[in-house]
Design a protein around this ligand. Structure first.
Ligand SMILES: [Zn+2]
Ligand SMILES: [Zn+2]
Length: 268
């Protein structure tokens, strides 16, 4: 395997991780990766909502910590400066400002929150899951329409939390809303990621699962990155090989890497 990359990694810069860059870089080298993309969180909320974490200075802190760590690193690994931008459709102005601030290599567009509440916090056994899914897909549609991303993160994310609570919440690949989102992604020259975290977190599946990936390919999609969504060094590169196999199973021929937010397709 010549090109081995993990395109979704968080360190302690993100509020939900305690990991150091040094430990992440070292783990990536030990796992035989040639490339990693650091993708710290930046979460957007509806205007006026006060976030505890994503305040003035957060991004500057990220850029400084990242640049210092990358300068000190002496190995052969390529280390990209990325971002996971959460629901920027909730505050487009903020989303624009964030992307203007630093020259990111790669931006994952994710939806983690509906009504400023994390999808992990819903009680899937006691809510109308169809309504939640409706809102979720509506949010993804806004994200792709507003075009502030390079790849869509963990496309069928609600599945992660629903399955943790013992219920299923599968997105139907034949759903016309899914098709509309995927068509826009493809038309705009953007992509999606295969997020392997579900395999180690109990969902038993990647995000998205194979049928959605196949649908993306059928509609003409070609740009796919693979990321572990590691929040600990020990998870860096986790199930990346399984992600590759999923790509091939879906009939895709390439894996994408990014420089200055431009994709480059590499033969599988
Ligand atoms: Zn995410
Ligand atoms: Zn993430």
């Amino acid at each position: 395997m010549s090109f081995a990359a993990d395109y979704h990694i968080h360190s302690s810069v993100s509020p939900d991780s305690k990991e150091s860059y040094q430990a992440i870089f070292q783990a990536a080298g030990q796992q035989g990766l040639s490339e990693i993309m650091i993708t710290e969180h930046y979460e957007c909320y509806t205007p006026g909502y006060q976030s505890r974490f994503f305040q003035e200075g957060y991004l500057e802190g990220y850029a400084e910590a990242f640049q210092n760590a990358r300068q000190q690193y002496q190995g052969p690994l390529y280390i990209g400066f990325g971002l996971e931008l959460g629901q920027s459709n909730e505050n487009p102005e903020r989303g624009e400002a964030v992307l203007r601030k630093f020259p990111f290599d790669f931006v994952i567009g994710s939806c983690h929150k509906i009504d400023n509440m994390d999808l992990s916090q819903y009680d899937y056994n006691n809510i109308d899951t169809n309504e939640l899914l409706d809102r979720y897909l509506g949010s993804l549609l806004e994200i792709v329409r507003q075009d502030r991303y390079d790849c869509i993160g963990h496309f069928d994310l609600p599945k992660r939390y629903a399955r943790r609570q013992g219920t299923d919440l599968e997105i139907d690949p034949a759903d016309p809303r899914v098709e509309e989102i995927l068509r826009l992604v493809i038309q705009n020259g953007k992509g999606i990621e295969i997020n392997t975290s579900g395999l180690r977190q109990g969902a038993g599946d990647c995000f998205p699962s194979l049928p959605l990936l196949k649908r993306y390919r059928e509609l003409g999609g070609t740009i796919v990155t693979i990321g572990s969504d590691a929040h600990r060094a020990m998870d860096v590169a986790a199930d990346i090989q399984t992600g590759r196999e999923l790509l091939m199973e879906a009939g895709l021929k390439h894996i994408a890497r990014f420089r200055s937010r431009r994709p480059e397709l590499i033969d599988l």
